[in-house]
Design a protein around this ligand. Structure first.
Ligand SMILES: [Zn+2]
Length: 75
């Protein structure tokens, strides 16, 4: 159920995740999410959140200001 509008219709979707670490901006494309069909809010499941944490952890030492990766391809 959507915590925003209490709507029950959530669909599977893909989104772009933006993060801001101490050293750079991170963009992760094609992240699976649940999207509310009413208000458009997007939510990540716990396993996706964990995966994002892993990706962010893995690129901590990347040089450069902006790092763009793909959820499906990230090591
Ligand atoms: Zn909603």
């Amino acid at each position: 159920m959507c915590p925003g509008c209490k709507n029950n219709k959530m669909t599977n979707s893909l989104t772009v995740y933006f993060a801001n670490t101490e050293s750079c901006y991170v963009i992760i494309e094609n992240v699976p999410c649940r999207k509310c069909s009413q208000c458009g809010e997007e939510f990540f499941t716990a396993s996706v959140m964990n995966r994002i944490d892993e990706i962010l952890e893995g690129i901590k030492n990347v040089s450069g200001k902006i790092f763009i990766t793909d959820y499906q391809q990230a090591a």
